[in-house]
Design a protein around this ligand. Structure first.
Ligand SMILES: Cc1cc2nc3c(=O)[nH]c(=O)nc-3n(C[C@H](O)[C@H](O)[C@H](O)COP(=O)(O)OP(=O)(O)OC[C@H]3O[C@@H](n4cnc5c(N)ncnc54)[C@H](O)[C@@H]3O)c2cc1C
Length: 306
């Protein structure tokens, strides 16, 4: 199919982008990797595509000491490509991004697709929204009335639904930089490389010696949006050993996994995947948190990303 007719504008400033969106019936165009298929299938019919790629201030990739949490943050602007982040030096500062990005579609898609576009699109099976939730990333939104900052938990509102209004732009995402004592895990199962996950998990554990200070588990592809739970007690009780965590993650699977079964897998199958992946990746995060360095960059790959 072909898209329905639309106009196209490419403003040079954020103020002009907001002006175009305020006129009504406009849609932000970032990398186009999700929006263009939506248009081609006529699942959406915006009157005007507002291309943000000429707005210099949105092309940002910086580590700074600001942000709502103590410590440094990696700030990723709205036009930063997934591939640019993946290949950057900065990505090492947020190991979970480095672990997740190779699983976002294919390399060619990532060379156009943006980090913020993936967050704004909010596919329930997408990797980057889950990373944002697990890390408690902060999302900055520009509206005609000014800027506001939301936590990832406030930002995602349901399948393909976020707090970004039709006249607003997600200008940047801020991810906390890893510190000593933090460890991470990431894994997903997909039928083919580049497909969206049937089930996936992102984990973060903070340790002080043998004491688990914080343990966070986010599942994706298992509900209508990423789901996050505090699992510190579970990880502490199981000493971070996957076999000992299995019973607890099975209970979580029964509670959290509600995606209806389809041709690719039943709900029960997804629960089983979640149970195994969650126990394993919590164990991985626990182990790496015990290393005396900030985070880790070991990917929990069931298949190599490319
Ligand atoms: C074959 C294929 C496989 C894929 N596999 C995966 C996968 O495995 N995992 C995965 O996560 N993704 C996957 N994707 C999607 C890909 O990651 C997209 O790049 C991403 O979802 C959207 O980013 P984009 O920059 O292309 O956004 P666009 O397509 O330009 O926009 C997507 C949506 O977000 C809105 N939007 C974009 N940026 C902003 C902004 N700054 N402010 C407000 N609204 C905004 C747009 O208006 C639109 O509604 C796949 C895509 C394809 C075509």
């Amino acid at each position: 199919m072909k898209p329905a007719p639309f106009s196209y504008v490419r403003p040079g400033s954020l103020a002009d982008v907001l002006g175009e969106l305020a006129a009504g019936d406009g849609k932000v165009l970032a990398g186009g990797q999700s929006l263009v298929p939506v248009l081609a299938m006529r699942l959406g019919r915006p009157g005007t595509l507002v291309d943000i790629n000429s707005v210099a201030e949105l092309d940002e990739l910086t580590v700074s000491g600001s942000g709502s949490r103590a410590g440094e943050v990696l700030r990723v602007g709205a036009t930063t490509r997934q591939r640019v982040l993946e290949r950057s030096e900065e990505v090492r500062r947020v190991p979970l991004l480095g672990m997740a990005l190779p699983f976002v579609g294919h390399r060619e898609l990532r060379s156009r697709g943006t980090v913020c576009g993936s967050l704004a699109h909010a596919d329930p099976a997408a990797e980057l929204p889950a990373v944002a939730c697990c890390l408690g990333a902060v999302l900055e939104i520009a509206a005609p009335s000014g800027h506001r900052r939301l936590s990832a938990a406030e930002f995602f509102a349901g399948a393909m639904t976020t707090a970004v209004g039709p006249d607003e732009v997600l200008v940047a995402a801020e991810f906390p930089v890893a510190r000593a004592g933090e460890g991470f895990g990431f894994a997903e199962i997909a039928r083919r490389h580049g497909d969206f996950a049937l089930a996936g998990v992102v984990t973060r554990v903070v340790r002080d010696g043998d004491r688990v200070v914080t343990a966070t588990l986010t599942g994706f592809g298992i509900s209508d949006q990423p789901v996050t739970r505090d699992v510190a007690q579970l990880v502490q009780a199981g000493d971070g050993l996957p076999a000992a965590l299995r019973e607890g993650t099975a209970e979580l699977a029964a509670d959290l996994v509600d995606t209806a079964g389809d041709a690719h897998g039943s709900t029960g199958y997804r629960r089983r995947l979640f149970t195994v992946l969650a126990a394993r990746e919590l164990g991985r995060a626990y182990d790496s948190a015990g290393n005396d360095r900030a985070g880790n960059d070991r990917a929990g790959n069931d298949r190599a990303g490319s």
